[in-house]
Ligand binder design. Sequence first.
Ligand SMILES: [Zn+2]
Length: 688
Amino acid sequence: MDAPTNVLLTEWDGPFGLPPFEAIRADGFRPAFEAAMQAHRQQLDRMAGCGQPPDFANTIAAFDAAGEFLHRVDAVFACLTVSATTPALQEVQREMAGPLARHWSGVYQDAALFERVDAVYATRHEGPLSPEQRRLVERLHHDFVRAGARLAGAPRARFAEIMQRLAELTTRFGQNVLHDESTWALPLPDDAALAGLPESVRTAARQAGAERGSAVPVITLARSMVVPFLTFSSRRDLREQVWRAWVGRGEHAGSHDNRPVALEILRLRREQAQLLGHPHYAALNLSDTMAGRPERVWALLDDVWRRALSALEGERALITEEMHEHAGGELAGGLQAWDWRWWAEKVRVRRFALDDAELKGYFSLPAMVAAAFDCAGRLFGLRFKPRPDVQAYHPDVAAYEVLDADGGTIGLFLHDNFSRPVKRSGAWMSALRWQHRNASPGGVAALPVILNNNNFAKAPAGQPTLLSLDDVRTLFHEFGHALHGLLSDVGYRRLSGTQVLRDFVELPSQLFEHWALQPQVLKRHARHHQTGEVIPDALIARIDAARKFGTAYDTLRYTASAIVDMAAHQSTEPIDDLAAFEARVMAERGLPPEVGMNHRLPHFQHLFAGSGYAAGYYVYLWAEVLDADAFEAFVEAGDCFDPGVAARLQRCILSRGDSVEPGEAYRVFRGRDAHLEPMLRDRGLIGP
Ligand SMILES: [Zn+2]
C-alpha cells in the first residue's frame, strides 16, 4: 500500500492558502522542514552567487521573498504546537529545534550574503529607494549584525557557542518553572479549607484536582488560580502557604534550581553584548527600541515608581480602615503579602459594590465578540463575514473573511477563544500568513491570515460563555493586535503587521482596550444574557469608580519587576547571588514587602525562558504612555469613533507595520511626541 501523501509537501489550494488541516500528520513535519530549509538555502546560494552587483531588487527584496515554503510550514507548525499540541508534535519540536536554529544562524552568518546586504546598506541614501525600501534595507542589515554577521575568527565561533548555550539554558529555565508549578498543589479537603471561595474558584479547583487524579479540589500555582485564591480565601494560613510556594518557584536547591541557570544566562548575555560592542546587555537590547538607551527607560520607571509608592498610601489607608472595622483591630504580625489582595477585595465590595457574578451576566462571549467587530466597523469600516466553510485545526476555531469599507476582501481572521488541555495558557495573536506585496516569482501578493487565541472556560452546551471584565479586556487587547495584522498595507514581509520594535508592539492592542468599556459600546452590546436588559447606568458608574482602586498596588508590582530586569541586564559586574541582588535593588527602592513583585528573578520567564523581554519588561508601560496619549486624540475630538482621528490612526500606525520608524509614525499621527500625563491619570497617579 502506498504511504499517504504528505500534504505539507504539496501546494495548499484551500481558501486563503490554508492547508488541509485534517490531513496533516505530525511525522510529515520533519521531511517538510528539511525540504523547506534546503529550498531556502538554494535560493540564498543562487542570490549570493548570481554574479550581478548587489542592488535592492536582487539582494534585499529577494532575501525578503525567499523562504516562502519554510515560513509557511513553520507558521502552521507553530500554530499547532501552541493551540492543538500532541506528544508526537512535541517530539518533532524537540527534534527540530536544533536543525532550525542552525539553519537560521547559517543564514545570518553567511559571509557572502552579508557582504551583499552590507553593500546595499552602504549606498542606501544614494539610490532611488523609497522610504519604505530604505527602511527594509536598514531592518535586514540590523538583523544580520545582531546575529553576529560582522564577527570573524574566534569571536565569531564564541558568539555561535554563546547563542547555542543560551538556547539550552532558556529551555531549561522554562522547564524548571513548569516542574515547580506541576509538582506543587494545595489540597482543599473540606468546607473549612474552601472558606470564602466563590463557586468559580471551587469549580476550577475541582477541575484541577481531577486532572491530577486527586479526589479533593486543589489549588495549583497557575496564576489564574493563585490570584483568585489570595483574593477570596478567608483562611489566612492557607493564603500564606500558597503565597510562599508561588514566590518560591525556581528557588529550590536541587536539579530544578533556576538560580545558577539565570546567573549563567546573565553572564553569557553580557559577553554577547560585549562581542557586539556594547557595555552590557541592556545597551544592546535597547539599541533597537523606541527608547533607544537605558537612561530613557530609567526616566520613565523612576518617575512612575515614585508616584506609585506615594499613591499606595491612599490604598493602604482604605485597607487599614477596613481591617480595623472587620478584624477588630490589628492582624497578628501586621498586614502581610498574603493579606493585601484579600483586604483589597473587601474594600472593593463595600465601597464600590462590584460583584463579579453580577457583572458577568452582561458580558457573554458572543456579545463581546460582536462589540469588538462593531468597534472595528465604526472606526475603520471593517466587516467580519462568518465563513463556516473554512476549517481550521479545531472545530472551536471560528473563521471570518474580513472586508473593507468598499467590500473588498483584506484578509482572514481566525478566532480560537476556548481553553483546551492541549493549548498553551494565556492569550496571543499570531499569523499563518503576513500581508505583503513582495511575491516570489510565480507567487501572488499575500493577504493576511491572522489568529487570536484566548483561554476562556467554555460554558456547557446550550449556555453562553460569560466573561469577567479582565476577560473582556483581554479579548479586545488581542483583537487590537489582530487589527494591526489585518490592516497592514506594506510592500515587504519583514515589515508587515506586528513585526515592529518591541516597545511599540503593544500600542495597537492596549489602545483597543480603551473601547471595551466606553459607555456607548456597553450600552449597545452589554446586555444581560437571560433578560436582554441593557447594562444599567449605575453599574457602568460603579465599574468606572472601582477602576482606579488597586492601580498603585499593581503599578508597584509591575514596576518592581521592570526595575530588577533593567538592573540585572545593565550590571557590568558579575552577579553571584541572585536573591541577594534582587533584595538589594528592592531595598534601595523601598519596595514594601507586603506588596511584592509580579515576577521574582528565579521564575521570571519573560527574561530567562527566552530573550524576548530581557531588558524589555518595561515595554508594556512604555506602550501605555503611547496608547493613553493616542486615545486622548479621540477624547479631544469629542467622539471615541471620530472618523478623522480613526482614519489617521489607520494611515499612520495600523497599516504601516515597521515600514516607518515608530517615533516618526507616532508624531505624524499625533502631531507631536506622546505626553506622559494621560497614562499617569489613567493609573490614578495624578489627579484628573
Ligand atoms: Zn499584547
